[in-house]
Design a protein around this ligand. Sequence first.
Ligand code: BTN
Length: 277
Amino acid sequence: MTAAQVDVPLSIDTVREARRAARLGGAIHYFESVDSTNSVAHRLAGECAAEGTVVIAETQTRGRGRLGRRWISPPLRNLYMSVVLRPPLPAAAAPQLSLVAGLAAAETIREWTPRACLKWPNDVLIDGRKVCGILTEMEAEGGRVAFVILGIGVNLNSTDDEFPAELQGKAVSVRSTTGAIVDRTAFTERLLSRLEERYDLFLREGFAAIQPLWEALSGLTGRHVRIDDGGTHYEGCVAGIADDGSLRVRDATGRALQVMVGDVTVVDGYATDHGKE
Ligand code: BTN
């Protein structure tokens, strides 16, 4: 086997061949540069692109993150991918898809480093620094999901000094964790395969089947956190996630809360016991 190289394009034909008959990735649109793979996938979905259509770009000029943030997308270094999903679900269940995708991403990253863990709702962290983010965008019709765009960004081969000043100490790549260049082609294949497996499980058995798998990789359970849901602030100790995907928190008075949306800040540092295989 040859060593992985940095700054070479993805072997997209290899990924296409591996996914030829699969539910996710049967059609892959590959670009050198786009504004945002989510925007391209959204346009394709509006033009009736089938479930499982994938958009991958080597760089994004306007990569988007959650809460209006940008996603830094240097060329040929990382993975920027969006997937069109058409789940037969009520619109209210769509946020659970982000957790399903987060689980698949964390499981895949852990094939490269066992130090990856999940931060609710859908970040993957290594030693408290973000290695992967997920942006889910939905179109609904009559209270049902018409389509969901699942946008996944994974920092694979960026070096620490390539992150902008405001992300220093907050973002990390798999390569800077392990010291080894990541084969982006192999990673993309593994991620699509894992995503399909977890998505199928979710559709077959509901979020209750995902919840224990997610909790097993959670870096938040037992941590003291602050949650901002865009208006209200909560503070407390994380008890886990519920079988609908909401975050279970116990506040200082012992009151149990369930939070459906929000941005979480860990007040007392991260657990490190996910270093074990
Ligand atoms: C986050 O803020 O954590 C979500 C980041 C999501 C980034 C990915 S990269 C591929 C896709 N295209 C985008 O513009 N955003 C998502």
